[in-house]
Design a protein around this ligand. Structure first.
Ligand SMILES: NC(=O)C1=CN([C@@H]2O[C@H](COP(=O)(O)OP(=O)(O)OC[C@H]3O[C@@H](n4cnc5c(N)ncnc54)[C@H](OP(=O)(O)O)[C@@H]3O)[C@@H](O)[C@H]2O)C=CC1
Ligand SMILES: O=C(O)[C@@H]1CCC=N1
Length: 265
């Protein structure tokens, strides 16, 4: 099977890297189109894929095509390539805010469509992708796409009305986590820890905490309580984070992201 990508930027590169590394698609079977010569060179050198600036050639030569450009590019791209979209091809969008219905209307003919929302931890095999499909996609085809997506992390089918929520809770959230990690490390640096070491201590602590939540099935409040010794150090930090409204800031920020995803045009 030939897998195409229209757009080969941050997110597409993370997905391509994961797929090749896990061996679910070989580099020879991946075609990518981009806007600049510079990206053609980067993708060819980094992954050994067939990179080009010819979007039509990628759609014509692929069985499954990921749409991985920015939302403001997608109308033009669909107009350019829609004549090359035939009924047996599967089109997989990774764009925020673009519904299956919107994509179908722009393509203008019955097409197998899958809408996804991945995230950049795909680059290290720890992505999280939300997925939904239209009625023309068979169960077998959906499973095939899930296999591709699971090559770089977890992937789960969700009802389409939750796709903007997926953008807020996992698509965009690595950026909020990196802000937190940077601040955590800054505090350690302020106390004299070398920066590289501070990132290692901060990142491993967040990684381990996330793993505990996934693997124990315990409530996050209970996991927090396990760290807070009575009269101890942790509860002092927790009290400051509560006073500074960390949790309501995270809720408001995530909902702002979801609102933006709902309004993307
Ligand atoms: N980054 C993220 O964390 C996530 C992003 N997304 C979504 O994925 C999509 C891509 O995002 P991201 O990878 O971050 O964006 P980037 O800006 O990194 O990549 C965009 C890519 O599109 C290419 N491109 C632009 N115009 C054209 C064109 N006319 N024809 C062909 N290729 C074109 C660019 O080419 P060139 O390299 O030559 O400029 C570039 O490779 C967006 O819709 C984004 O919302 C979804 C989930 C997470
Ligand atoms: O910021 C964005 O628009 C994209 C969508 C999810 C992550 N990045």
């Amino acid at each position: 099977m030939k897998v195409g990508f229209i757009g080969g930027g941050n997110m597409a590169s993370a997905m391509i890297g994961g797929m090749i590394q896990k061996g679910v698609v070989s580099a020879d079977d991946i075609l990518v189109s981009v806007r600049t010569e510079k990206s053609v060179e980067r993708l060819t050198n980094q992954f050994g894929v067939q990179a080009t600036m010819d979007n039509e050639a990628v759609v014509a030569g692929s069985d499954l095509v990921f749409l991985a450009v920015k939302p403001n590019q997608i109308k033009n791209i669909i107009n350019l390539v829609k004549n090359f979209i035939s009924p047996e091809k599967i089109i997989v969008s990774i764009l925020p805010g673009k519904s299956l219905q919107w994509l179908g209307t722009e393509i203008g003919k019955p097409t197998k469509l899958i809408r996804t929302m991945p995230n950049t931890p795909a680059l290290v095999g720890e992505g999280m992708t939300g997925v939904c499909a239209n009625d023309l996609v068979t169960e077998e085809e959906l499973q095939l796409v899930l296999t591709l997506l699971k090559s770089f992390g977890r992937a789960e089918v969700v009802p389409e009305y939750l796709m903007d929520t997926v953008t807020g809770v996992s698509g965009s959230s690595p950026a909020y986590v990196f802000l937190f990690l940077e601040a955590l490390a800054d505090a350690a640096v302020a106390e004299g820890m070398p920066r590289k070491q501070a990132y290692e201590f901060a990142a491993q602590s967040v990684l381990g905490s996330a793993k505990m939540l996934l693997e124990t099935g315990m409530h996050p409040g209970e996991l927090k309580d396990m760290v807070c010794s009575p009269g101890g150090t942790t509860i002092e930090a927790v009290a400051v984070l509560e006073r500074e409204k960390l949790r309501s800031a995270v809720i408001d920020a995530t909902r702002a992201c979801i609102r933006k995803s709902k309004g993307v045009d």
